[in-house]
Ligand binder design. Structure first.
Ligand code: DX5
Ligand code: ZN
Length: 228
């Protein structure tokens, strides 16, 4: 199945923005599968990051899929702009829209893959009625807004539950995990059922970002092959 492939998704939030092209080149050469782009509006989360022009520039700088994580209120108002800018995947927060079903449909209609993200306090049950509209479920393992936070272990149980749903309902969405992912927990997360691993600090703040990317890949892949 398509979701079975491990993906390492470096989050550029932790990169040096003055050297963004080089930073991306480094992780791409090291085998990164996806580039994770954190968009924050200062309302849904208490921080402001980057937006549409940066996605446009990134689209020209890499061939990798762009995973655009919208931490913004009323995301449906910006979906078309982000897809046009080059987003391969658009992830909206369940908590940020009262029209999640509509937002997910819009993403696919505009030609991108659709994802829903849930905060640490949001149960996976909130997504039970939109499973057929999801290409990805993003489980936040920190409260969104900042890089470098401590991993919240409750995310593991949510990933296990989503993995069970996937089997039970014969669904094929990817399970993505974001926040505090590092060499110490990536194997456990892979065993729980996660497929896409967002990593900011543990890659870009490492002394060897390329090495960290390769190690994350290796540990996640090995964890799956040892799974009984
Ligand atoms: C947090 C962002 C994350 C962040 C992860 O709100 O969604 O993508 O960059 O950073 P680390 O890996 O440092 O926790
Ligand atoms: Zn993110």
């Amino acid at each position: 199945m398509s979701y079975a492939r491990i993906e390492i998704a470096p989050s550029i939030l932790a990169s040096n923005f003055a050297r963004l092209g080089e930073e991306i080149h480094t992780v791409e050469q090291a085998g990164a599968d996806v580039i994770h782009v954190d968009v924050m509006d200062g309302h849904f989360v208490p921080n402001i990051s980057i937006g549409i022009p940066v996605v446009e520039s990134l689209r020209k700088a890499t061939r990798l899929p762009l995973d655009v994580h919208l931490m913004i209120e009323r995301p449906e108002e910006y979906i078309e702009d982000f897809v046009r800018a080059g987003a391969t995947r658009v992830l909206v927060h369940q908590e940020a829209t009262v029209h999640l079903d509509r937002a997910l449909s819009m993403i696919r209609e505009h030609g991108a893959e659709a994802g829903a993200a849930i905060n640490p306090a949001t149960p996976v049950l909130m997504l039970s009625d939109v499973l057929d509209k999801l290409d990805t479920v993003l489980v936040m393992s920190v409260n969104p807004g900042f890089g470098g936070q401590k991993f919240i272990r409750g995310a593991l149980e949510k990933i296990r539950q989503l993995n069970q749903w996937r089997t039970r309902y014969n669904a094929s969405f990817r399970i993505e995990v974001d926040g505090g992912v590092d060499l110490g927990n990536v194997a456990e997360l892979a065993q729980a059922g996660a497929n896409t691993f967002v990593a900011g600090s543990s890659i870009f703040h490492a002394s060897d970002p390329a090495g960290a990317t390769r190690q994350l890949h290796k540990l996640a892949t090995e964890a799956l092959s040892h799974k009984v």
